[in-house]
Design a protein around this ligand. Structure first.
Ligand code: ADP
Length: 466
């Protein structure tokens, strides 16, 4: 159980961020220590070397002033005053013969010849060496320097003190590193947890929503901008989904309503006809009404399907070269009888030829829907005009009328499915004409916009890519 918890933890972002943070912090601390340690080591060695070199210089003076015997006497003096384990002196010539020495029994076999050659060939006046002496815990430093024409003085000094000091420093740092590592892991964990707390909140909200709490939203009060953005994007997405759900519910209600009325009418008609014996003419009338109602129903369902299909974007559109002028004239002819009935004057303003590549059926439907509405919502003796032109590589179709207009508050809704303005409810319609036109225009890569002034008229503008 506990093991599984640990294993699960291993895969969490929190764990990985903590490890990353602790790892980087430790590595940087270690690097800082290594540089620091190297500096101390260099300074210590330099101090030691300077001391040894100073002694060589002093012995050179003795050599110049008191000769070989003077140096020997000085070495004998050193032998008496210094601990032979800590310091050693050996005077040799370039043949390697020992001229004088302190007690070097504890110094192992310190070689003479390697350095002698370089000193003899005048490459340098002195050479430093670090000695590792068997049986001794600490290393030693030795200088070999020429103090006369054929005399080389070797002075050795133990590094015991420096090494002890460096060991203390190393131990101290190892301890410090362990403390820092643990501390950085704790700080890393707290920081990562803080940063992930917002994400945790988003997840928690998502869980609650998946369990049915659709009104839940993420609290966007976090300190970090990224989490704030995540939260507000998540909330915006939820709002959109909720809107879609709401409008789907509305559409469902509307469909149910729009299906129920004609179905009830058909049923009522049939019921009434069955109540008593009827003449053949009456039966025919009933059958004709049923066909008409059924046609309306089929129309409704087909339009719904057309809208859904166009909006889904999965449809492969058949594109062909169209003459928009001809297409608009055909639509005009189709509605001329209705316009004549209402004495509406329909004018066309079209170029001599207007060719473009598009889908015939959809373009026809867009034009007929707009024209049908313009005539439908314009009172008798009004005016409707259709113009089309090409501008900036786009095709423009404008349908204008002097009709009842649309209230400003309702204008944003007219493209919604089943939306009918209050004022126009008396007209025969189901509120799908503009939704279909808009869905088709969008599917063709264009735009459809409306402008209107109440009681003055409306203008619908379509632009399509050429
Ligand atoms: P409908 O079947 O009701 O005509 P539409 O989707 O075609 O449905 O139009 C939606 C609503 O927009 C209509 O009910 C009407 O109120 C309004 N509308 C559309 N075109 C016009 C217009 N040319 N003039 C005034 N109102 C219009």
């Amino acid at each position: 159980m506990f093991l599984r918890k640990i294993l699960n933890l291993k895969n969490t972002l929190l764990f990985r961020l903590t490890i990353l943070y602790a790892g980087i912090f430790t590595l940087l601390s270690f690097l800082a220590f290594a540089i620091f340690y190297y500096q101390i080591l260099t300074v210590t060695m330099k101090g030691m070397d300077e001391e040894l070199l100073k002694e060589i210089e002093e012995f050179s003076i003795v050599m110049a002033e008191a000769g070989l015997e003077g140096v020997k006497a000085a070495i004998a003096e050193e032998a008496e005053s210094e601990d032979p384990n800590e310091e050693c002196y050996r005077l040799i010539n370039f043949n390697g013969d020992v001229l004088a020495t302190t007690d070097m029994s504890s110094w192992g076999s310190v070689e003479k010849y390697n350095n002698l050659k370089r000193l003899q060939e005048d490459e340098t006046n002195y050479i430093f060496q670090t000695l590792i002496i068997p049986g001794r815990e600490y290393k030693a430093r030795m200088i070999s320097g020429t103090i006369g024409t054929d005399t080389v003085l070797q002075i050795g000094g133990t590094l015991e003190e420096a090494e002890k000091y460096l060991t203390i420093f190393r131990n101290l740092f190892a301890m410090l590193l362990i403390i820092l590592m643990s501390l950085s892991a704790v700080i890393g964990w707290i920081m990562a947890r803080q940063a992930l707390l917002g994400m945790e909140q988003v997840t928690q909200t998502a869980i609650e929503i998946s369990q049915g709490a659709y009104d839940k939203r993420v609290q966007v009060k976090d300190r970090y901008d990224e989490i704030k953005r995540l939260g507000s994007t998540f909330n915006a997405m939820l709002d959109r989904i909720q809107n879609v759900l709401r409008s789907m519910r509305e559409i469902n209600d509307n469909i149910a309503h729009d299906l129920r009325s004609p179905l009830a009418r058909i049923r009522g008609l049939a019921e009434m006809t069955l109540m008593r014996e009827r003449s053949v003419d009456e039966y025919k009338k009933m059958a004709a009404s049923t066909v008409e109602e059924c046609d309306d129903l089929i129309d409704l369902v087909n339009t719904m399907l057309d809208i859904t299909e166009a909006e889904s974007g999965v449809q492969v559109l058949e594109i062909e070269e169209l003459d928009l002028r001809k297409l608009i004239i055909d639509a005009h002819e189709l509605f001329q009888p209705i316009a004549d009935e209402k004495q509406i004057n329909v004018t066309l303003d079209l170029p001599h030829k207007l060719l473009f590549k598009g889908n015939r059926k959809k373009t026809q439907r867009i034009v007929t829907n707009l024209l049908e509405n313009a005539i439908k919502y314009t009172p008798d003796r009004g005016k409707v005009s259709i113009s089309a032109f090409e501008n900036d590589g786009r095709i423009n179709i404008i349908v204008e009328d002097t009709g009842i207009g649309i209230p400003e508050a309702e204008l944003p809704h007219i493209f919604e499915r089943f939306y009918q303005c209050d004022k126009s409810r008396t007209e025969r319609g189901i509120g799908l004409g503009l939704s279909l036109a808009k869905a088709f225009v969008v599917a063709l890569g264009g735009t459809l916009t409306a402008r209107s002034t109440l009681d003055k008229g409306s203008t619908f503008s379509v632009t399509l890519p050429q």
